[in-house]
Write a protein that binds this ligand. Structure first.
Ligand code: AP5
Length: 216
């Protein structure tokens, strides 16, 4: 299964990716996670992308496209992949099509998680991430047994810099201006499957698996 997840910031892409990647036995490739890991490790790539991410702006395509090309050349993608956060504009979608066409491994589907802006803001402003394993929790909707500590690995939870209210507003604008056009792009390509991302995490996973099972 070669799959792209698309949806606004906070739609639940990372949360659903965890379950979908496990269900289909494919690697979850999140460009945001790769960039944050580089920032944490202090690599040259991390230094280059940090300021863009803190402002809620897209990192330049020249950086992102090469990062994804390299990742898709890793052997674990032979069985497929779940791309989360890429592509994020029509230029990136065209680059992805070219990379996959060279490898003769086209996408099977693009799953759109659709959700109202009011729900997004509540999800992002209460999100907490584990410093150790990167899992997302929520102070109201996905709580941990001990406040501030990850249930999965006991790591410390923190709030992402770009989950502050003023940056959330900019990320939503960037989504509308630059990322939303890829939804029409993939509709035209006949690859788009849209589901509602409202409701419980388990209900959305079930919805997604059922929609994706029909294309196999
Ligand atoms: P990235 O890391 O990709 O962030 P994003 O797309 O903004 O998405 P998020 O991670 O914020 O949200 P999500 O949809 O994964 O939601 P989640 O599951 O965590 O990108 C960050 C930045 O990196 C970009 O701004 C850009 O600078 C850069 N970047 C990355 N890729 C790039 C690219 N291709 N090109 C250029 N720049 C790039 O859920 C959110 C919260 O809601 C959590 O707390 C969760 O617990 C909770 N939640 C989830 N589902 C539910 C539910 N059903 N009910 C209640 N709560 C829920």
């Amino acid at each position: 299964m070669r799959l792209v997840l698309v949806g606004p910031p906070g739609a639940g892409k990372g949360t659903q990716a965890l379950f979908l990647a496990s269900h289909f036995s494919i690697p979850h490739i999140s460009t945001g996670d790769i960039m944050r890991a580089n920032i944490k490790a202090g690599t040259p790539l991390g230094l280059e992308v940090k300021a863009y991410m803190e402002r809620g702006e897209l990192v330049p395509d020249s950086v992102t496209n090469e990062m994804v090309r390299d990742r898709l050349n890793e052997p674990d993608t032979a069985s497929g992949f779940l791309l989360d956060g890429f592509p994020r504009n029509v230029g990136q979608a065209e680059v992805l099509r070219a990379i996959l066409s060279e490898k003769k491994t086209p996408l099977h589907a693009v799953l759109e998680l659709s959700i109202k802006t009011s729900e997004i803001v509540a999800r992002l402003s209460g999100r907490r991430i584990c410093r150790n394993c990167g899992r997302a929790w929520h102070v109201d909707f996905e709580t941990t047994q001990v406040a501030g500590i990850c249930d999965a690995c006991q790591g410390e939870l923190y709030q992402r810099d770009d989950d502050k209210e003023e940056v959330i507003t900019r990320r939503l604008e960037v989504f509308e201006e630059q990322t939303a056009p890829i939804i029409s792009f993939y509709r035209t390509e006949g690859l788009l499957i849209s589901i509602s991302a409202s409701g419980s995490v388990a209900d959305i996973t079930e919805r997604a698996i059922s929609a994706l099972s029909r294309i196999r």
